[in-house]
Structures are given as structure tokens and as C-alpha cells.
Design a protein around this ligand. Structure first.
Ligand code: SAH
Length: 246
């Protein structure tokens, strides 16, 4: 279950933060680290601060984009000290996040995503997430060091796993009732924006409308079966719009 929980660090500036995050992960039983475009990696400072968690660093995968890092995940929680304009489902309490993440990780990969030291996650990166979480902190000084934020959220995840009721593992949902992966969802949104254009609803791509619809579907949390129903509907609308035009 914990092996399905991935920690993703986006464009980390200080290699020491990567090492300290690896250590934080290992203390909480997590091993799967993915680095999106780190400034400097591998680096001796990262290994030094990992202090005993070098294997987490050695096995870390480096990828070019956040979408790539989380393509196979069904739940992606972006950690952010600030609320953004996109109304994604938001955990005000990391404890609640830990419970849901652990429940989902019984069957599917999930990810916890952390932003850059200087400016966190971009709006496009937040859009790759299904949820956001904030660590409640001093309103006048509430931004934690990156690796300390990793520590707090990994602790909540480990705690949720440790305290999980035994009987909770009894019934595993069938695959069609489970949530779609981020990749399946992004194919759906690409299809939706195609249909909005062939139908004449939009005359050209409109980022704000697309972002709003993405947020709407993020809140609705469709299952794989519901998503394939929506894909069927889009296919049929696409066909009839194309026939009308020809
Ligand atoms: N200056 C950045 C914050 C960088 S801190 C900003 O204003 O967004 C680096 C990362 O640590 C953040 O992107 C976030 O993922 C995590 N982090 C720091 N404090 C946090 C908090 N209170 N709650 C949730 N995540 C936090």
C-alpha cells in the first residue's frame, strides 16, 4: 500500500532539500521519489542530507514534466501554502488527506506533489492535481521549508496507514468503480475541448473555460465507468457535428 504512494518534487532548487526529503520519506516508510526537472541532481549535498536514505535518492526517477510524473496516478494531491483560484477539492486538514490517500493507494498509485522553494507550483501544475492540501500554520509565517512540508505530509500518510482499521481491506472496488488515472482524464479533457470546437461552442481553444471544466470534473470525481460513458457521449456528439458540417 505504501509502495503505491509517490512523492514528487517539482524543480527543486537546492539539492540538500532533495536529500532531506528522501530522509523524511524513509522515516515514514515511503520509497518512491520522482523529481521533475531538478536544478542539480545527482549531487553530493543531496546524498549527504539523505543520511541513511541514499537508496531513496539512488532509485529516484527524473522526468521532464509533472504530467509525466503522475500519468498513472488516480489521486494527485498538490501541497500548497496558498489557496489558488482553481476550485479543486481542498484538504484543510492533512489528517483527512492521509486517510483518503491511503485508502486509494490500496488499489492504485497516488502522488503527493511539492513545489519549488521560490514560487511553489504553477497554475498549470496545480491543474495536473486532483486535490490540494495545506498544512495549517502561523497565519503570519505559514510557509514551511520544502523538506519539512514533505515530513509533515509523509507523517500523516504513515499515521493513516498505521491506524487503518483492519476490516477496511475486506472489500476492494472493481476496476470500473475506481477513479481514472490522470492520463485517462487528460485524454477525456482533450476530447471535450475538440468537441467544443467542432460543435461551434468555442471558435478557438479557450484556456479559462477548459480550466473551469477541469475543476468541475475534478470535483465530481467520475469513476472509470462514468468516464467511459462520457467518452461515448462525446464520440456521438463529435460524429453528429462532423456530419452536419459535411
Ligand atoms: N514560496 C512558495 C513556497 C515554497 S515552499 C510559495 O509561495 O508558494 C516549497 C513547497 O513546500 C511548496 O510549494 C509546498 O509544496 C510546500 N509547503 C510549504 N509550506 C506549506 C504549507 N503550509 N502547506 C502545504 N505545503 C507547504
Amino acid at each position: 500500500m505504501l509502495s503505491n504512494i509517490r512523492i514528487v518534487l517539482v524543480q527543486t532548487y537546492h539539492p540538500g532539500n532533495i536529500g532531506a526529503s528522501a530522509r523524511a520519506m524513509k522515516t515514514m516508510g515511503l520509497n518512491d521519489l520522482v523529481l521533475v526537472n531538478p536544478r542539480c541532481f545527482p549531487d553530493p549535498e543531496a546524498s549527504q542530507l539523505a543520511a541513511g536514505a541514499e537508496e531513496v535518492i539512488d532509485n529516484a526517477r527524473v522526468v521532464g514534466t509533472l504530467a509525466e510524473a503522475v500519468a498513472d496516478c488516480v489521486q494527485v494531491v498538490g501541497a500548497s501554502a496558498r489557496l489558488r483560484s482553481l476550485p479543486l477539492p481542498h484538504y484543510d486538514e492533512p489528517e483527512a488527506m492521509g486517510r483518503e490517500l491511503v485508502d486509494t493507494a490500496i488499489t492504485d498509485p497516488v502522488a503527493l506533489v511539492f513545489g519549488r522553494e521560490r514560487f511553489g507550483l504553477t497554475s498549470d501544475e496545480i491543474r495536473c492535481c486532483s486535490h490540494q492540501v495545506s498544512i495549517p500554520a502561523n497565519p503570519d509565517y505559514g510557509i514551511l521549508n520544502l523538506s519539512q512540508a514533505v515530513q509533515v505530509l509523509c507523517y500523516e500518510t504513515y499515521k493513516a496507514w498505521r491506524l487503518r482499521p483492519e476490516q477496511a481491506t475486506d472489500r476492494l472496488p472493481p476496476v470500473e468503480e475506481r477513479q481514472p488515472t490522470r492520463e485517462q482524464l487528460s485524454h477525456f479533457h482533450a476530447h471535450l475541448s475538440r468537441v467544443m470546437q467542432v460543435s461551434g461552442f468555442l471558435t478557438q481553444p479557450h484556456a479559462q473555460t477548459e480550466a473551469r471544466l477541469q475543476a468541475l470534473f475534478a470535483r465530481a470525481q467520475p469513476s472509470r465507468k462514468e468516464l467511459s460513458l462520457l467518452r461515448g457521449l462525446l464520440r456521438s456528439l463529435e460524429e453528429s457535428a462532423t456530419h452536419k458540417k459535411s
